[in-house]
Design a protein around this ligand. Structure first.
Ligand SMILES: [Zn+2]
Length: 90
């Protein structure tokens, strides 16, 4: 929807890139990354913010260490599950 953004998508993408960079044996092709991101995002609460002037303030307000740990946990299990059952050879 125009004017809305799920901040969780950015958080998941950021952690996914960070973790995959430390795991050279795990496939990080576009297919696998999309599978991992959707797996993690379906297990995390959405964090919708307006993309207008108020958005930056909300973004700063919402970031907490607790949320980061939850994102990392979801990303790790996504990597474990998707890398065990990759979908990229279709
Ligand atoms: Zn792959």
């Amino acid at each position: 929807m125009d004017g809305l953004k799920n901040m969780m998508e950015e958080a998941v993408e950021y952690q996914l890139d960070k973790v995959l960079a430390t795991m050279p044996n795990v496939c990080s092709c576009e297919e696998c990354r999309l599978d991992m991101a959707s797996f993690a995002l379906n297990r995390l609460p959405a964090q919708y913010v307006r993309t207008d002037a108020g958005a930056l303030f909300q973004k700063l307000n919402n970031s907490s260490q607790q949320a980061e740990v939850e994102v990392l946990t979801a990303v790790m299990s996504a990597i474990n599950i998707i890398s065990a059952h990759p979908n990229h050879h279709k």
